[in-house]
Design a protein. Structure first.
Length: 424
């Protein structure tokens, strides 16, 4: 099928979030984990192709190389419009790669301007006067200030982005957006005339995102969280850009056996873990213990459970415990120990006959899908805004994976996800 839209996401849960919102349109969406080694074959591509990278915290050169490789695969597949997807909390550091990747993609596409809009109103992320809010709090006052890998201590997207890029950064404010797509386009042109290449665009509600998506529909590249892409299938359809043959396939049937694996320390995940604890057999992983004794005890624990009983293995911990582990082991090592342990446990779970995996944490989900050898996901029903069930074929078995980034979902997400799979 002809590829219309090619997206590059900086992590796995970000990619599933984006793919899930696109799939709300009823159109088929394909998600590839990493850049496929083989060029795309027309008979297996869909109108919306999403490539998940694992580069949110990667050094700039590495992230840029990955994103450029993804872009050239998508271009060769025939994609005409491109999207760079990062987190709705703009996770990055001053040496972060959101800006450098955007700049490299712009250069490869020969375009002089792009937009940045991480707003996701349905999940409480909004941008006003270039400042990012999480619910009613500024980003820098939200729990994101304590993120294990990317603590966000500033809320100004202009200040966060400018040190990352060579070109000038400007703002199209809510006032510009409120005047509608034509006025916003005029504002973008005006900024372009003043050689402002990187435009932060305010959005506080879905209507704003529709305005922005409409105004930017002919731009080769736009960037943001997932929500800015959500109106695109509808806009493409209204403009007659789809050829009409696109239809999502039937949902695959999945065997039983379930497990929840959580490596996210985000505030919402900790609430979800606390909520699920009384209803499941649970095992807590401690990075200090993993450093000393390895994962064998956890593997034994998992083997002692039955596939069908509700189970949770989690490393999720309070900010103070995370800090202590990081001080002793180093930030990267602490994270890797947990990711590797959960990845191995996922493999053991698969061998034990478990087919249903709920995973919390973006990096964690990346590590787990890689260790399961998953390279392509089909997108299924949405569990919570931005979190769909996805299906993968692993050595002839169909496995269902719900890959949830840190702050997504409500307190009962783990139970809701597994129930949703039963009833769809
Ligand atoms: P989120 O989606 O919430 O950002 P991620 O999985 O992307 O979650 O990131 C969380 C990181 O924190 C991972 O690298 C994970 O291995 C690490 N981590 C998890 N638990 C702990 C812990 N108890 N101490 C230190 N680091 C941890």
């Amino acid at each position: 099928m002809r590829v219309l839209f090619g997206a590059i996401a900086d992590d796995f849960t970000g990619a599933t979030d984006l793919a899930g919102l696109l799939a709300r349109s009823g159109l088929p969406v394909s998600l590839r984990i990493g850049v496929p080694e083989e060029p795309a074959r027309a008979e297996e591509t869909t109108a919306f192709e999403v490539i998940a990278l694992k580069c949110r915290t990667a050094p700039v050169a590495d992230a840029v190389a990955q994103a450029r490789a993804a872009l050239s695969w998508l271009k060769a597949a025939g994609a005409e419009r491109f999207y760079w997807k990062y987190c709705s909390t703009f996770d990055s550091t001053p040496t972060g790669n959101i800006g450098p990747v955007a700049e490299a993609l712009m250069a490869d596409l020969g375009t002089g301007q792009t937009l940045y809009c991480p707003a996701f109103p349905e999940n409480g992320r909004s941008v006003f006067m270039g400042h990012l809010f999480v619910g009613e709090q500024l980003l820098s006052e939200s729990p994101m200030k304590d993120h294990p890998l990317t603590p966000m201590r500033d809320s100004s997207l202009l200040r966060l982005l400018q040190p990352q890029v060579k070109g000038a950064v400007g703002l199209a404010s809510r006032m510009d957006v409120a005047r509608g797509p034509e006025a916003l386009k005029a504002r973008l042109n005006d900024l372009y005339g003043r050689q402002i290449a990187h435009i932060i665009v305010d959005a506080v509600e879905d209507e704003d995102l529709l305005t922005i998506a409409t105004a930017s529909i002919d731009m080769p590249l736009i960037t943001g969280a997932s929500a800015l892409a959500a109106p695109l299938p509808r806009l493409y359809r209204e403009r007659g850009m789809l050829d009409g043959g696109e239809e999502a396939g039937a949902r695959p049937s999945v065997g039983t056996g379930e497990i929840v694996l959580s490596g996210s320390c985000s505030a919402m995940t900790r609430t979800q873990v606390a909520h699920y604890l009384p209803t499941a057999a649970c095992l807590r992983l401690d990075p200090l213990d993993l450093a000393e004794n390895g994962v064998a005890a956890a593997v034994d624990w998992l083997k002692s459970r039955t596939p069908d009983e509700p189970k949770l293995i989690y490393a999720s911990a309070e900010p103070e415990a995370v800090r202590q582990a990081q001080q002793k082991l180093g930030v990267e090592q602490a994270g890797l120990l947990v990711e590797d342990a959960l990845a191995e446990l996922a493999r053991v779970a698969l061998d034990l006959g478990i087919h249903r995996f709920v995973v919390a944490g973006g990096e964690t989900a990346g590590a787990i899908t890689r260790s399961l050898g998953v390279s392509r996901l089909t997108i299924g029903a949405e569990i919570a805004p931005g979190v769909p069930w996805t299906y993968a074929d692993i050595s002839g078995k169909t496995v269902a994976l719900a890959l949830k980034s840190g702050n997504f979902g409500g307190p009962a997400f783990f139970t809701e996800a597994l129930q949703r799979l039963e009833t769809q």
